[in-house]
Design a protein around this ligand. Structure first.
Ligand code: NDP
Ligand code: MG
Length: 391
């Protein structure tokens, strides 16, 4: 039996992971963690006969305990308990908490030498170098789950990374792709939170519309595959059928195609290094008919320009970028800033952090990263207030 833990079990990636696990009889679910969806967490823990269910919120302990009374399933609550779950013996761990909250639990699993399927892209954006060296130090394996990175990973099987010229990540353009630029400033949360091709959590769906998701993925690709900023490209591809392209020095390009269903990259990570049958729709190119591609317009998507600047700055820039982006997204969701203001807030926060603290200093420990994250969040709030006063 393979022992499996799922961080972020009640989320979009977590649910897709559990859907795949439910079809197998060779897995034992160790720990499931969630946040506020206590009833769903209890349901999943019972359905999968988990040993332990953990909610990230201390005030949710009572309701979770009550929902699992008599089940024999252990219950715990609070951020430290989520991290503790990462120390439990497991063979494969899904890291699918959203946001920087996923960082410490993922590190805990890596410190135990586990195989970690990494959906939480924020871990690589905020602490890529540290995370990869932690994995090496403990003999842990990190497998990509983000569909584009899984696609690149698959295109690189048997290849030498030194023979790669460029890596292209495709982007659907999100829910607002065809909106005129002038209208974007007025996009609401509902407008930005609907995606043409992928069913995902609300935050990443809005990040897809602003291209912050792709900006994060560019940085994620640099960290995961040790590429230079110049090697990573983005191409708009509205159909979301080609997930990534890897161009080699002999002029060949390997593309990864498939239906947009997260159960493919999750299943690939679950079965790696083998391939096994997966319940995903088969792509029929004759039915799809066409594949369109276009270069992204950087005036529409300042997040992509910021990603290049963050990669060139290195050091703390990724952590500041992510923290500012999360704060800006919170304020957009709460209706306090407009859709286009998010990029302005991130840019101003990076500039303020650079002016006061400097972006160049790399974090040397997880605690350093968490400190940078906290400082950057405070600065992002200050930036939002200052922009509000100036408006
Ligand atoms: P969701 O918002 O659907 O789910 C997030 C999960 O994290 C839920 O289980 C949620 O619990 C939990 N959670 C939220 N806040 C906290 C916290 N502070 N501490 C601990 N747990 C918390 O997100 P997605 O599944 O869409 O995304 C998860 C990660 O995977 C993200 O990093 C995202 O960028 C990445 N990803 C997602 C893809 C997708 O298709 N969805 C594709 C590629 C990458 P609860 O809901 O109970 O509050
Ligand atoms: Mg992706």
């Amino acid at each position: 039996m393979r022992r499996i833990t799922v961080f972020g079990a009640t989320g979009s990636v977590g649910e897709s992971t559990l859907d795949l696990l439910a079809r197998r009889d060779d897995v034992k679910v160790v720990a499931l963690t969630g946040g506020r969806q206590v009833a769903r967490l209890a349901e999943l823990a019972q359905a999968h006969r988990a040993e332990l269910a953990v909610t990230a919120h201390e005030e949710c302990y009572g309701p979770l305990k009550a929902a699992l009374a008599g089940s024999g399933i252990e219950v715990a609550a609070g951020p430290a308990a989520v991290v503790e779950a990462g120390y439990r013996q497991a063979d494969w761990v899904m890291s699918a908490i959203v946001g920087a909250a996923g960082l410490a639990p993922g590190f805990a699993a890596l410190s135990q030498g586990r195989t970690v399927a990494l959906a939480n892209k924020e871990s690589l954006v905020t602490a890529g170098k540290l995370l990869m060296s932690e994995a090496r130090a403990h003999g842990a394996t990190v497998l990509p789950v983000d569909s584009e990175h899984s696609a690149v990973f698959q295109a690189l099987v048997g290849e030498d990374i030194a023979a790669v010229e460029t890596v292209t990540l495709t982007a659907s353009g999100g829910g607002l792709r065809d909106w005129p630029l002038e209208k974007l400033a007025h996009a609401t949360v509902a407008d930005a939170a609907s995606h043409p091709n992928w069913a995902m959590g609300q935050r990443i769906t809005i990040d897809s519309a602003s291209m912050f998701n792709k900006a994060m993925e560019v940085i994620e690709a640099r960290e995961f595959f040790s590429l230079s900023p110049e090697q990573i490209r983005v191409l708009i591809h509205p159909q979301s059928l080609v997930h990534a392209l890897v161009a080699f020095r002999d002029g060949a390009i390997m593309a990864h195609l498939g239906s947009p269903d997260m159960r493919h990259p999750i299943g690939y990570a679950l079965n790696w290094p083998k391939r096994a049958e997966l319940p995903v729709a088969r792509l029929d190119l004759a039915t799809a008919g066409r594949l369109d591609f276009a270069a992204p317009d950087l005036r529409r998507y300042p997040a992509l320009r910021l990603a290049q600047e963050v990669m060139r700055a290195g050091g703390a820039a990724g952590a500041v970028f992510n923290a500012a982006k999360e704060v800006a997204l919170d304020h957009f969701i709460d209706g306090e800033i407009g859709f286009l203001d998010m990029a302005g807030v991130v840019e101003d926060t990076l500039a303020r952090h650079d002016a006061v603290t400097g972006l160049g200093n790399a974090a040397e420990s997880l605690q350093d990263v968490l400190d940078i994250d906290a400082t950057a969040r405070r600065r992002a709030v200050e930036v939002i207030r200052a922009r509000g006063r100036a408006a």
